[in-house]
Design a protein around this ligand. Structure first.
Ligand SMILES: [Zn+2]
Ligand SMILES: [Zn+2]
Length: 343
């Protein structure tokens, strides 16, 4: 039985291009007790591979977190299959705002310890005692309330290109890192203020809200389905959009535009820009913001050093990389001293 990708990303991209059929980018997550993640992993791979589903999926004893690209014509088959898995029946699917047929080029279903890479240790508190889930309309109401403190539960490179108006955006590299900082900053408000939080699709708030309740915050709310779902509801229900800029997403698109505001700057020249790229030097891959003019000038690289390496013959570059740890750095945190305009 074939349980791994047979095609390279390039071959897959060519196939998708040739087929010329629309694909949907979808994400979902669910906390649940999974007895045997390995069996679930194989079951999902076999069934999804059959209907050309691509994406990055984490399965663990605590649940599932999935980012997917599904052929539009197979969506119903995909949904029907999900509904056959008891704990995923009617799970909320977040459908991306901006479509891109190339959002994922492989199907990777991985068994992990946690479904959020930088998650928390649950032993110390009850993760099911979570905050009140609110939809877009109620969320907007809460934001208008003077008694509300709004916190962005994402990392610095995500909130840099887009966030809710008035949100606290912790300057952190990981989710875990942000929790004690937020708790410390807000400790005087535990009793009386509304602590409202949001993230991309809702999964991080799921734990963060339980964490803050455990720490004594009385009124804890979380945006149901995160920014992705909010943007959809705002449009469908004609509500005021309080999100400015782009929503950072973890696939090839890297971001989807929610409002026309460009709130970030090119890290190299400082001009308004909110396009994330990865340094073209294979040995670097730093995630940073780069405008088109700088991309041209720097050959898509983050620094003069990287540009130099990038322009060496491929074989020489390979030699240079030998023995060095080159993991998948696509989302390597965008901090580097060479980036003058990184806030
Ligand atoms: Zn620039
Ligand atoms: Zn670089």
């Amino acid at each position: 039985m074939q349980l791994y990708n047979k095609l390279s990303a390039k071959e897959r991209a060519e196939l998708i291009e040739k087929a010329g059929k629309d694909r949907m980018t979808i994400s979902f997550y669910k906390y649940a007790n999974i007895g045997n993640p390995e069996i679930l992993r194989n079951h999902l791979f076999i069934n999804w591979d059959k209907i050309d589903v691509l994406g990055r999926i984490y399965v663990s004893y605590e649940g599932i977190n999935a980012q997917l690209s599904v052929p539009a014509e197979n969506f119903n088959t995909f949904k029907d299959h999900l509904d056959t898995i008891t704990f995923l029946e009617n799970v909320r699917l977040n459908v991306a705002i901006e479509q891109d047929n190339m959002s994922f080029l492989k199907l990777k279903v991985k068994v992990r310890d946690k479904i959020v890479a930088d998650g928390l240790n649950d032993e110390s508190f009850d993760v099911t005692n979570k905050g009140v889930h609110v939809a877009a309309e109620k969320f907007n109401e809460l934001l208008d309330d003077k008694n509300t403190i709004l916190v962005d539960m994402r990392n610095h490179y995500e909130s840099e290109i887009g966030h809710f108006q008035g949100a606290i955006t912790p300057d952190v590299d990981t989710f875990r890192e942000s929790l004690p900082i937020i708790e410390d900053d807000l400790k005087e408000y535990k009793e009386d203020k509304n602590l409202v939080m949001y993230c991309t699709g809702g999964i991080r708030c799921e734990k963060a809200s339980a964490y803050f309740k455990h720490k004594g915050f009385k009124k804890v709310y979380q945006l149901e389905g995160g920014i992705i779902n909010y943007a959809r509801q705002v449009e469908a229900q004609n509500l005021e959009n309080k999100f400015i800029g782009k929503n950072f997403v973890f696939d090839h698109r890297r971001g989807e535009r929610i409002s026309d505001d460009i709130i970030a700057n090119c890290h190299q020249c400082g001009n308004p820009c909110d396009t994330h790229v990865n340094c073209a030097n294979e040995a670097c891959h730093l995630l940073f913001i780069q405008c088109e003019a700088c991309a041209e000038k720097m050959d898509d690289c983050c620094s003069a050093e990287c540009k130099e390496v990038h322009n060496l013959p491929k074989e020489v570059q390979k030699e240079l990389r030998k023995g060095k740890e080159v993991s998948n750095k696509i989302f390597k945190k965008g901090r580097s001293e060479v980036l003058k305009y990184k806030k």
